[in-house]
Design a protein around this ligand. Structure first.
Ligand SMILES: [Zn+2]
Length: 305
């Protein structure tokens, strides 16, 4: 099993010290070696859906993309080559303008992920999350004036000088936990999920709450069970769909009598390791997606026997 979760292990050097410099786009305009990836309405420009290599643009196309994009962000450097992402969501057809002739398709990372390399997955996730935030932060939340991108796309600042409020990309922490009772674990499903899909419980951290308290509260709310002892933190996963950070836990409960909140979950049940290993992976039952932290929490538990 890899040491890190999919979407983490960011392979670019973030070069934070360069973000505050006004010349962060000089490399693009001066014709230096750069890479620019276009995103359109949360979709990435890739070769095709079965070979989803990101189509990084260089030279004139890169320069024209940056010039016309709604937003451009600096992703970092690899081998001293600056990498950027451009949001071209305003275009009706992203393949009709500057990118005409460059081929490829625009596709959703969530469906591409199983075919994307870990490095590409981490970069594409960060690009998507950051550009999504820009589209939601165009107006100042304090005074309502327009905002402008600063720090190479890693902050926005209110245009009204008397306000000048800075806004930073937000990350919403959420806990996700494999609940166990003796030799079984609990998986549930929401009505909107792919048929048969089951996963671990999860929920957003509320203001004034520790991660451990969220685990205890969510387990009580969703399935009516009491966590025994302290929930055990395992590892985390960026989940920029649109802006979560998933904090993975294991939690043992006091008994197995479920009281399911049907507003949250369509169903939840206990499973043995043998049952999960024999998952048919079809519309009757399937495990969480292979790139998800939920799947890793399950796989780790399966590996303990
Ligand atoms: Zn303002």
């Amino acid at each position: 099993m890899p040491a890190t979760n999919f979407y983490s292990g960011y392979p670019l050097h973030r070069a934070q010290s360069q973000r505050a410099e006004t010349g962060w786009l000089d490399a693009v305009h001066s014709g230096r070696d750069v890479r620019v990836l276009a995103l359109w309405r949360n979709r990435h420009h890739v070769q095709d859906e079965s070979t989803p290599l990101p189509l990084w643009q260089q030279g004139t196309v890169a320069r024209r993309l940056v010039k016309t994009a709604d937003d451009t962000v600096f992703l970092g450097e690899r081998n001293a080559v600056p990498h950027y992402a451009c949001d071209i969501s305003a275009a009706d057809d992203p393949l009709a303008g500057i990118l005409a002739g460059s081929g490829g398709v625009f596709a959703d990372l969530r469906s591409l992920a199983p075919l994307v390399t870990r490095d590409d997955g981490a970069i594409m996730a960060a690009a998507r999350g950051l550009l999504f935030w820009h589209r939601r932060a165009r107006w100042c939340g304090k005074c309502g004036s327009p905002t402008s991108s600063v720090d190479a796309g890693h902050a926005r600042i209110c245009d009204r000088p008397a306000c000048g409020q800075r806004w930073f990309p937000r990350v919403d922490p959420a806990v996700i936990m494999l609940v166990t009772y003796q030799d079984r674990c609990l998986l549930g499903r929401q009505a909107t999920w792919l048929p048969g899909m089951h996963s671990t419980l999860a929920g957003f951290v509320e203001i004034g709450e520790s991660m451990e308290e969220t685990v205890i509260r969510e387990v009580a709310e969703e399935v009516g069970l009491r966590v025994v002892g302290r929930p055990e933190y395992r590892h985390s996963q960026p989940w920029p769909f649109p802006s979560s950070l998933m904090l993975g836990f294991r939690a043992e409960v006091a008994d197995d009598r479920l009281h399911i909140d049907t507003d949250e979950l369509e169903q939840a049940s206990w499973f043995t390791r043998a049952e999960l290993r024999a998952s048919p992976e079809d519309e009757t039952f399937r495990l969480p997606g292979k790139v998800s932290i939920a799947r890793r929490l399950v796989e780790e538990w399966l590996g303990e026997e």
